[in-house]
Design a protein around this ligand. Structure first.
Ligand code: MD5
Ligand code: FE
Length: 209
């Protein structure tokens, strides 16, 4: 379960009912006020994942309350129940002592179709170094967990399946990571997704409310 210091994988943490509830909620969140979209990188390329944000809108590479790259609408608020889910996730991964003071204020929800990938990167647009909670639903992916120094070796490939929790904190918070492959047709349809993969990350931006 401990992949590296501060990086804890909890397979099967969400039961199928919880997965279906989250998928249904994501379908609503994806409608807007800022609809799910493939973000445009400074290079002009579009990301292959599609993203919707709650609490704070992330666009490469900053957070804003408004979709400064997509019409300027105000992002939907961060739901209390995702904060509670985040504390329960931290308690499962690290223990109850670490969980009480965890107050995420942003969720990034990424949808991967069978062709989508995420290149190796570090999540460093948050001012806080509090842990990131990651929940996977739908098709299994290969998650590549690297090191804080470079995009290259050493790295470890982990399969993330529907219902899996991963918490990244401490010395792993700034590790490079990516998703080199999604395995189509690997999900139990009872998770609520017929194809593709959803990843929900909960974050503490460290920005003033
Ligand atoms: C995903 N998402 O599966 C991943 C899961 C993203 C992203 O990478 O930026 O949306 S979150 C993985 C993560 C977050 C923070 C730190 C580390 C991994 N880490 O140290 O490996 O779609
Ligand atoms: Fe990331």
């Amino acid at each position: 379960r401990v992949v590296a210091p501060g990086a804890v994988h909890v397979p099967g943490w969400l039961d199928l009912d919880r997965q279906r509830e989250l998928v249904a909620a994501c379908r609503e969140w994806a409608r807007g006020p800022v609809p799910m979209r493939a973000a445009r990188l400074p290079s002009g390329h579009r990301m292959s994942v599609r993203t919707v944000c709650l609490g704070w809108h992330w666009y490469p590479y900053a957070y804003s309350r408004t979709a400064d790259d997509a019409g300027g609408a105000r992002v939907a608020p961060f739901p209390d129940r995702l904060g509670e889910l985040g504390r329960a996730a931290l308690a499962a991964a690290y223990g109850p002592a670490e969980a009480a003071d965890y107050h995420p204020d942003a969720a990034l929800i990424n949808f991967y179709d069978e062709h989508a990938r995420m290149g190796m990167h570090r999540d460093e647009d948050e001012l806080s170094r509090a842990p990131v909670v990651s929940l996977s639903i739908g098709d299994t992916c290969v998650f590549r967990f690297g090191n804080p120094e470079s995009r290259g070796h050493p790295h470890t490939d982990v399969q993330l399946c529907s219902g899996d929790l991963f918490v990244f904190g401490g010395p792993s918070r700034l590790a490079y990571h990516g998703v080199p492959a999604v395995r189509p047709g690997t999900a139990d349809p009872a998770c609520g997704l017929r194809s593709g993969r959803l990843n929900i990350t909960l974050r503490v931006t460290g920005l003033a409310p």
